[in-house]
Design a protein around this ligand. Structure first.
Ligand code: GUN
Ligand code: ZN
Length: 435
């Protein structure tokens, strides 16, 4: 493969902006050299230009930003067909819209078509990694992993475990569901850049027996991920208290069976108490904050101040289709708005960190993705700050790089993403419809 050299403004993070005033690394006129799926060099264009060979492909993207691809820490494959369906709350939304559509994924051809669309859509939005829920059907995850492997995407996914409180066609059994999960992990975990996640959908749709078996698998396989939902809506929290009267809290239902640990990703984490937040922090689990979903479904407002004060690990997520957008720009903007409603102002750098390097580090991928450091995997995006007339007008007036980023967050969408490199290969679909 010839090497690709991108001349642009380079932007990534050296650290968490919460910890360091100098967390952002910006090279105004930079050069990023990609060689065989990895970043080979990055620096000032003037300093690196002489290191280029005659057959290197040099792309002059002056005026654009080259940055690590976004990481979406919580999203549902089958919900590409559910997105934009209104309901008076989470539980009604699951019942009316989500479960009926997920039943269709018993057909592997349906799953394969959706997986193609889904991976294209991630790439179109500049998202290079995601933690994905399939359906209850193992074949939905086989379909997704097969195509993610062919595209060499760094992806985590799992089949939903759900053996109660859902329509019969979506129900597995405690033993069968966990056995299917172990089999999927054996087939896919560690292949290419794939990771398997033990995926109890949420405590309401798993019997205590199934959660206990999921916990056993999690203990036996500390290398696997875990993903689920917790404390999303108040109706849901009340229901969980009825279903698990002995648990101290909703989070405790997972904790006491061994499902709270590093490499565990819990979506929402809105209606937690002080002890829960400290347990999240101590366990090393990641809270996937899903603000577009929480606003759309009316679930509640994530409390950034209390979560950060407790030391919780945070990252951002779209939660498509509870969330209305694949875009991490829309997600960052909603995170800003949700924080504002709680009296907190989140800056552009903090939001962007949680959508890139912060997510990577919490998932154990530090140094591999979410960074432009030489040696890292070349999952990078090219962003055009003049993608629309309004963006061009606003970003031209930006007095600082952070101000420009903030305008991108508020005004940006998939039109800003000019290219998405996945393992060094251009991967953004060029037009719709496409095969
Ligand atoms: N809780 C259980 N299942 C789901 C789901 O599919 N989406 C959301 N947002 N919450 C859930
Ligand atoms: Zn979800």
């Amino acid at each position: 493969m010839p090497r690709t050299a991108l001349r642009a403004t380079l932007f990534d993070f050296a650290d968490d902006p919460l910890r360091s005033e100098h967390a952002a690394r910006v090279i105004e006129d930079g050069l990023l050299l990609i060689d065989g799926g990895r970043i080979a060099a990055r620096g000032e264009f003037a300093a690196l230009r002489d290191a280029l060979d005659a057959d290197d492909e040099l792309l002059d993207l002056t005026g654009c930003i080259v940055a690590p691809g976004f990481i979406d820490t919580h999203i549902h494959l089958p919900q590409v067909d559910v997105i934009a369906s209104p309901a008076p709350g989470l539980l009604e939304w699951l019942e009316r819209h989500t479960f009926p559509v997920e039943a269709g994924y018993a057909d592997p051809a349906v799953a394969a078509e959706a997986a193609r669309f889904f991976l294209d859509e991630l790439a179109r939005h500049g998202t290079t990694s995601a933690c994905v829920f399939g359906t209850v059907h193992a074949a939905s995850v086989d379909a997704l992993f097969a195509q993610a492997l062919a595209r060499d995407v760094r992806l985590v996914a799992g089949k939903c475990l759900m053996d109660r409180n859902c329509p019969e066609p979506l129900r597995d059994t405690a033993e069968g569901g966990v056995r299917d999960s172990a089999d999927l992990a054996a087939r896919w975990h560690g292949q290419g850049r794939l990771g398997y996640a033990i995926t109890p959908r949420f405590a309401a749709t798993s019997t205590p027996a199934q959660l206990a078996l999921a916990g056993e698998l999690a203990r036996a396989r500390p290398d696997l991920y875990i993903q689920s939902h917790v404390a999303e809506s108040l109706d849901e929290v009340r229901w969980i208290a009825e279903l698990f009267p002995d648990a101290r809290s909703y989070l405790d239902v997972y904790d006491r069976v061994g499902l709270l640990r590093e490499r565990a990703v819990y979506a929402h984490c809105i209606h937690l108490d002080r002890d829960d937040r400290h347990r999240m922090a101590a366990s090393g689990a990641l809270a996937a904050v899903c603000p577009t979903s929480n606003l759309f479904l009316g679930s509640g407002l994530f409390d950034f101040a209390l979560s950060l004060a407790a030391g919780m690990r945070l990252a951002l997520a779209t939660d498509v289709g509870g969330g209305q957008s694949f875009s991490m720009f829309a997600t960052m903007r909603s995170a800003h708005e949700v924080a504002r409603l709680k009296g907190v102002s989140l800056g552009a750098l903090q939001l962007w960190y949680w959508a890139t390097r912060g997510a990577a580090e919490s998932l154990g991928w530090g140094g591999r993705v979410g960074t432009l450091e030489p040696g890292a995997e070349a999952d990078v995006i090219v962003l055009d700050p003049r993608a629309t007339p309004l963006l061009a007008r606003r970003t031209e007036r930006a007095q600082s790089f952070e101000e420009l980023l903030f305008a991108l967050i508020v005004l940006g969408d998939d039109r800003v993403v000019r290219e998405t490199y996945v393992a060094g290969r251009p991967s953004r679909p060029k037009a719709y419809p496409f095969e």
